[in-house]
Ligand binder design. Structure first.
Ligand SMILES: CC(=O)SCCNC(=O)CCNC(=O)[C@H](O)C(C)(C)COP(=O)(O)OP(=O)(O)OC[C@H]1O[C@@H](n2cnc3c(N)ncnc32)[C@H](O)[C@@H]1OP(=O)(O)O
Length: 473
């Protein structure tokens, strides 16, 4: 790429990497949007992608990347075939960052989400969204998001997923908070007493070996745990201490242990770090805990709470409905210190998304979906009477004043013939069963024909367990 560096003015569009997607002017600036991938050969062969990585680290207030961080980031992005998007300014004033450093970034790649009964649904995963503060609120994010979701819809992805830094940003793009996690603290001053004996055995393990084993064990968890999202290559060095992209060095304090079944086959692992033991209570932080089955996770908890010189154990990725709290003899030793949203779901194709997940009731319900970006807008019928869900688009919904005004978060009205109506972000929140329809109706987010219609919706969307995943991306 040969974009002009530090040019005071540039009369025409800069040369951008990959494919130019759009030219755009706002706030007195001209921008070119581009889309590209990461090839083999690291920074030497991908200078535009390296500049893009510098931009995202700046956007998240992280240190300028060292060579190893750049190589590792480009390596996982190449392996996962990540699509990078950027907005490039045509001109920058003296001393400003160069024109080949994008002022806005956006990445997406293919992954999967477990939608229940072990079904893995293809999903577009979105991350690394940044807009340089001096170029924000000019519509750059909206353009990047629209381009990527358009492409994902064309490529047949039923849903897009992201994890959000702020809860206020993504509803307008049709994303709804769909899985939640807890930060918990378990008092470990006395060995954890569980109501039933745990299974298998635990052995301390070598970090390199766990790094090789972890993707396989995670896959078993992913295929079992409804709500789980696939991981990518950068997670393993991060969670086993080999290398952390922030603060750009190994973490030799991370220790690992593996759980084995009765045949001594590995079926889970935990990685953890002792916090500096200069203050009390002595604290162990669990970095990653993955059990192929819930009883394996309990055994791993028993292990970390039985270590000497540990007064309490912290974990930031515990399930909202945590079997551990119920398995403990003394539940008072389990304390929830925070609860937060994790994965946000955006339904792009209601037929593919709603037909993919399982339902318990047999019946039929008509949903009116409001989607200001258009993909899921309309009236849809979900019919499970045959035992297999069939979803059909019945037609358009009547336009409203908010539609005509082009509002990104329009009001919801119940059209003739529909049982329930909601915006598509609300469907995203219901999709994996994290929240009851009645709660969302009480929050003013669902309009139902009557109580029966609301109960039907609730019965359809409810899942046997709360969705749970341990992937942050
Ligand atoms: C999936 C992820 O990667 S999460 C990480 C998100 N990134 C960050 O938090 C890094 C710091 N923040 C930023 O980089 C930017 O401020 C961004 C990406 C949040 C927003 O980028 P911008 O280019 O300013 O957004 P843009 O101007 O396109 O606004 C799009 C819409 O979002 C709204 N919006 C933008 N930022 C926010 C915000 N922080 N809170 C609420 N609404 C917001 C705008 O009002 C606009 O609404 P409208 O289209 O309905 O009128």
């Amino acid at each position: 790429m040969d974009a002009q560096q530090n040019a005071p003015t540039a009369p025409e569009a800069p040369a951008v990497p990959g494919r130019m997607t759009e030219a755009y002017s706002a706030g007195g600036h001209d921008y070119t949007f581009a889309e590209f991938g990461v090839g083999p050969g690291g920074t030497a062969r991908n200078p535009a992608a390296a500049e893009w990585v510098r931009a995202i680290r700046q956007g998240f207030h992280q240190a300028e990347p060292c060579e190893e961080t750049l190589e590792r980031t480009l390596s996982w992005m190449h392996a996962e075939r990540v699509r990078l998007r950027g907005a490039y300014p045509h001109a920058v004033p003296e001393a400003a960052l160069p024109t080949d450093r994008p002022v806005a970034s956006f990445a997406s790649w293919e992954g999967s989400v477990n939608v229940g009964r072990g079904r893995l649904l293809r999903a577009r995963l979105i991350s690394e969204v940044t807009v340089r503060p001096t170029h924000s609120r000019r519509g750059l994010l909206r353009r990047l998001m629209t381009a990527d979701l358009d492409r994902a819809r064309r490529d047949g992805y039923p849903v897009a997923l992201l994890t959000a830094t702020e809860a206020t940003i993504y509803g307008r793009f049709g994303f709804g908070a769909a899985t939640f996690l807890r930060e918990v603290q378990v008092d470990a001053t006395t060995r954890l007493q569980l109501k039933a004996p745990t299974v298998g055995t635990v052995e301390m393990a070598d970090g390199d070996a766990v790094r090789r084993l972890a993707p396989v064990l995670f896959q078993r968890f992913h295929e079992r745990s409804h709500g789980s999202v696939s991981r990518v290559a950068y997670h393993w060095p991060e969670y086993t201490g080999e290398y952390q992209l922030t603060p750009q060095k190994p973490d030799p304090e991370i220790r690992c242990a593996v759980h084995y079944d009765d045949a001594m086959q590995p079926d889970g692992y935990v990685t953890y770090r002792f916090e500096p033991n200069t203050s009390y209570p002595l604290t162990l932080t669990v970095v990653d805990l993955v059990g192929a089955t819930p009883d394996v996770s309990l055994a791993l908890w028993e292990f970390v709470t039985s270590l000497d010189l540990v007064d309490r154990v912290r974990f930031r990725r515990a399930p909202v409905e945590d079997p551990l709290a119920w398995a403990m003899v003394d539940r008072a030793k389990y304390r929830v210190t925070a609860e937060f949203d994790e994965v946000w779901v955006r339904v792009l194709d209601p037929v593919a998304a709603l037909e993919a997940r399982p339902y318990t009731p047999r019946g039929r319900i008509v949903l009116s979906l409001v989607d200001s970006m258009g993909y899921a807008d309309g009236i849809w019928e979900l019919d499970t009477t045959s035992g297999r869900p069939v979803v059909e688009r019945l037609g358009d919904r009547p336009r409203t004043a908010d539609d005509d005004a082009g509002r990104s978060v329009p009001a919801v009205e119940l059209p003739e013939g529909a049982d329930v109506a909601m915006r598509v972000d609300v469907l995203g929140s219901l999709y994996l069963g994290a929240v009851k329809a009645s709660t969302l109706e009480q929050a003013g987010l669902i309009v139902a024909r009557d109580e029966d219609a609301l109960r039907d919706l609730q019965d359809f969307m409810e899942t046997p367990t709360a969705p749970y995943g341990v992937t942050h991306f």
